[in-house]
Design a protein around this ligand. Structure first.
Ligand code: NAP
Length: 346
């Protein structure tokens, strides 16, 4: 999912020329509460989140005549709206832009009668049924079922140039972007399973992958460590943190600081893959629903949670796969689970 205009300069394969992400309109944004005022106070299905999981749940529940209400945040569309080229979503032989894919999914959900409200859910009450959901602290609706599809956010180091060069060599998804770095030197940041997995995956394309880790011991599981350590293309830069990401329009390297000696050095690379974990967007549900120690919602059978009538789909309950297609798949499952719940309770 990379910005293509600079791909040729890097010598990356680029038969496709796409518009920059800013050329794509953001998801249609409804006026504040203009539509919320129109929605019924009692819903059968309320979906929170408008990424692939939420929109797929909307498509399926709308087609089941459940007239779902989807609450999309002020920056709707999920993580795919901040990416560019999506080449691994089945059905698009030549790829599709992330925002375009989300626009299509939204239009598909709308076509079957899904209702959209733009606003942030500020409170939920799952203690009683039907459940209460408050939007922007101003309006509370009731709903018989809830599908939570609020996603997760990749944790970033927090450097200004990391943010500026995201999509221009900085990435948080090797599966998505690794392909574009054939024959390049890359840096992976982190010492957990994600970093090992991403680095190992990236060696399919890269000439060399340097794993920069802030300690001298990895957090990753033994098997993942062994795999990375045995890989001749991977080298480890221990006790080191990234101080800056270098490059004007595209990444050209990183400045590294050794945390033991305080010495800084520069390492040339074409890409920086930040793999220091993900944070599920679940703060809102604290105390309302079972989560694991990292804050991911625990799902039991299919997408059911410990609260009957509340379902969770996509990255908010998946710390492992985290792909648009797996999120969409679990959105479909959540829709079917909600439909069955409503049938059984009628
Ligand atoms: P993680 O286990 O939390 O590891 C994060 C790594 O990033 C740690 O090594 C940590 O360093 C480092 N880190 C955190 N903040 C940092 C910062 N600001 N600057 C530099 N380094 C930083 O996260 P994860 O690797 O994404 O794994 C998350 C979960 O998913 C784990 O349970 C993992 O087992 C699982 N997972 C499984 C697989 C698989 O089985 N195929 C693949 C990926 C993930 P410290 O070690 O010093 O804390």
């Amino acid at each position: 999912m990379f910005l293509w205009p600079w791909a040729d300069r890097l010598g990356l394969q680029s038969e496709l020329q796409y518009l920059p992400i800013s050329a794509y309109p953001q998801q249609p944004s409804t006026a504040r509460f203009s539509r919320c005022d129109r929605v019924a106070l009692m819903q059968s299905v309320t979906i929170i989140g408008s990424g692939p999981a939420g929109l797929t749940a909307a498509i399926y529940t709308a087609r089941a005549n459940l007239s779902p209400l989807l609450i999309e945040g002020w920056q709707s569309g999920g993580q795919l709206t901040t990416t560019t080229d999506v080449e691994n979503y089945p059905g698009f032989a030549t790829g599709i832009m992330g925002p375009e894919l989300m626009k299509e999914m939204r239009a598909q959900a709308e076509r079957f009668g899904s209702e959209f409200v733009t606003g942030d859910v500020t409170a939920v009450d799952f203690a009683q049924h039907p459940f209460n959901i408050t939007i922007d602290g101003e309006r509370t609706i009731q709903t018989k079922t809830v599908i939570i599809a609020t996603g997760a956010s990749a944790i970033q180091i927090g450097l200004p140039n990391e943010k500026r060069l995201t999509g221009h060599g900085v990435s948080t998804c090797a599966t998505c972007d690794g392909f574009f770095f054939r024959g390049k030197d890359l840096v992976v940041v982190g010492g957990g399973d994600s970093a090992m997995e991403e680095a190992t995956f990236l060696t399919k394309f890269a000439t060399k992958v340097s794993i920069v880790h802030r300690r001298d011991k990895l957090r990753a599981s033994k098997i993942m460590q062994d795999r990375a350590m045995k890989n001749e293309k991977i080298t480890f830069v221990w006790n080191s943190v990234i101080e800056d990401v270098l490059g004007q329009d595209i990444v050209t390297g990183v400045r590294i600081k050794n945390t033991v000696t305080d010495k800084t050095s520069e390492l040339a690379c074409a890409g920086v893959f930040v793999a220091i974990g993900h944070r599920p967007n679940t703060a809102l549900f604290t105390g309302q629903i079972d989560m694991d120690e990292k804050g991911y919602i625990r799902t039991l059978t299919g997408t059911t949670t410990n609260v009957r009538g509340v379902f969770a789909a996509g990255d908010v309950q998946d710390s492992i796969y985290r792909q648009a297609i797996t999120a969409a798949g679990s959105g479909c499952m959540a829709a079917m689970d909600a439909e069955r719940f409503l049938e059984a309770s009628d």
